[in-house]
Design a protein around this ligand. Structure first.
Ligand SMILES: [Zn+2]
Length: 201
């Protein structure tokens, strides 16, 4: 599905802040930022999950869709997402982790439909952190996979941290399927495992 708006400037010509959408963020000066660019009614529960992972330990940002309908209109794809407060926050962070929601049904490389049911897809350019998080989530018996959503565009919001020593900006993104997000117990385990892992960085 293609997006209605090509970037934030385009979006704000038609959508009103604090009416159609709002921005919630907290910069506590942490080196880690947890972001949900498609929060609220755009990708349900991703705002809450991001906020809980951040807790009192990480910076947090969410763009929150709150229209009465057609919230999909507010979706700006991750490598075009350029809302200024998000760019500022990730630019002040060393490590960015983005939280997204996707449908259970996805297509494989041959365009064959696969129903993944409860699944976490991990992607991004930070290979070391991906390996670490993958291990932690496997140890917690959570359904983690790298089969979809590689998140490797350099402009992906998760790859735009700029204060890393090597200034690569490489980050991580999670895509959580609808049924995964609807399972409170699994979400709780996921939030706990990721936040614990981030405390070790
Ligand atoms: Zn998303």
């Amino acid at each position: 599905m293609s997006d209605k708006y090509k970037n934030f400037n385009d979006l704000k010509k038609s959508e009103k802040e604090n009416c159609d959408f709002k921005i919630d963020y907290k910069d506590i000066g942490s080196k880690i930022a947890i972001v949900a660019p498609h929060g609220g009614k755009i990708e349900d529960k991703t705002t809450e999950i991001a906020k809980l992972i951040a807790g009192n330990n990480c910076n947090y940002y969410s763009f929150i869709g709150q229209k009465s309908n057609n919230n999909r209109d507010l979706h700006i794809t991750s490598h075009k997402f350029d809302e200024p407060r998000a760019l500022e926050l990730v630019g002040n962070s060393e490590i960015v982790i983005a939280i997204h929601g996707c449908m259970d049904e996805q297509k494989d490389e041959q365009k064959k439909k696969i129903n993944y049911s409860k699944k976490i897809f991990i992607g991004g350019l930070n290979k070391d952190l991906i390996d670490k998080l993958q291990e932690v989530l496997e140890d917690a018996s959570l359904p983690i996979s790298t089969d979809q959503f590689p998140g490797i565009e350099p402009d992906n919001i998760c790859n735009r941290a700029t204060t890393r020593v090597d200034a690569t900006g490489e980050g991580v993104q999670f895509e959580l399927t609808r049924s995964f997000r609807d399972d409170g117990i699994l979400c709780g385990k996921f939030i706990a495992a990721v936040s614990e892992c981030l405390k070790t960085l």
